[in-house]
Design a protein around this ligand. Structure first.
Ligand code: SF4
Length: 284
């Protein structure tokens, strides 16, 4: 079960995305699946390259569309473990609509966001996760809007699994992704994954200073949604660990009336060649 391949990532030395890649590989090995039982679907951005760096099925999609592709994949082949992945620009700007609907749909896939609070691939513009006042070439006098709050957003959209990790803590991050893969429903995992080249504010040191581990908060109960929301708001989203998990709500597939045990990809199409040719002609 080796999820490493021979492709050398071309991320900048020190980029947080290396750890996310390693954590996904370790988590997949720890849950005991084989490379052919995993598909990684990515969007566009530095983080989007991850789909080619893991020894599994990989799909490098289009900007902001990793989630629709990943959900379609899972619907067609329920036997695959599907991980969608991308950056904060991909998931919270162009892909925001898909993110909210995927969360509330609760299809059994895992979504790992590499949140570096800037656009790295296009050389350092303000992203939806950049803080108010954040100065880049696209906001030279500072960002005017407040940043998107992904944890509150997921919690208020009906998420059944919300977690957050930090690139330097691979042990915790691996455990979070492992739990996300095992969760029967949509698991949303935001990861602080610093961009060492363009984001000189939200650095590794900055996160180390500001992050709180939920395991260090006495009495924290990840099955209590109100407590999760209250804690996330009080800590301004700067927490790591499993923030909320609801194991009672059935996944989309489980709710789907008549959903066959047989994956769609293994189902014979009841259509002969003549009828298929007729249909093709109709569309031409
Ligand atoms: Fe990573 Fe930033 Fe370099 Fe992109 S530009 S590879 S996000 S460090």
């Amino acid at each position: 079960k080796d999820f490493r391949n021979s492709v050398k990532p071309n991320w900048c030395p020190g980029c947080g995305d290396f750890s996310v890649q390693a954590a996904i590989q370790r988590a997949a090995a720890n849950v005991g699946i084989e490379p052919h039982e995993l598909a990684v679907v990515a969007g566009i951005g530095c983080s989007g390259r991850i789909a080619g760096y893991i020894n599994s099925y990989g799909f490098h999609g289009i900007h902001g569309r990793a989630l629709p592709i990943a959900q379609g994949l899972k619907m067609a082949n329920r036997n695959l473990n599907v991980i969608a992945s991308g950056g904060d620009g991909d998931g919270f700007a162009i892909g925001m609509g898909h993110t909210i609907h995927a969360v509330r749909r609760n299809l059994d896939i895992t979504y790992v966001v590499m949140d570096n609070q800037i656009y790295g691939l296009t050389k350092g513009q303000t992203s939806p996760r950049s803080a108010e006042g954040f100065v880049t070439k696209s906001t030279p006098v500072g960002a005017i809007e407040p940043s998107v709050k992904p944890l509150e957003l997921a919690l208020s959209s009906g998420a059944t699994f919300v977690a957050q990790g930090f690139s330097t803590d691979i042990k915790e991050l691996t455990a979070l992704i492992e739990e996300g893969i095992k969760h029967k429903g949509f698991s949303f995992i935001n990861v602080f994954s610093p961009c060492v080249t363009y984001n000189k504010v939200n650095t590794y040191e900055w996160f180390k200073e500001h992050l709180t581990k939920l395991s260090d908060i006495e009495g924290y109960d990840s099955s209590n949604r109100d407590l999760a929301m209250q804690t996330v708001m009080e800590k301004e989203g700067l927490v790591t660990g499993i923030i909320y998990q609801n194991t009672e709500t059935p996944s989309y597939q489980e709710k789907l009336d008549g959903y066959s045990d047989q994956p769609l990809v293994d189902t014979e199409l009841e259509m002969n060649k003549e009828r298929f040719d007729e249909l093709v002609k109709e569309f031409m």
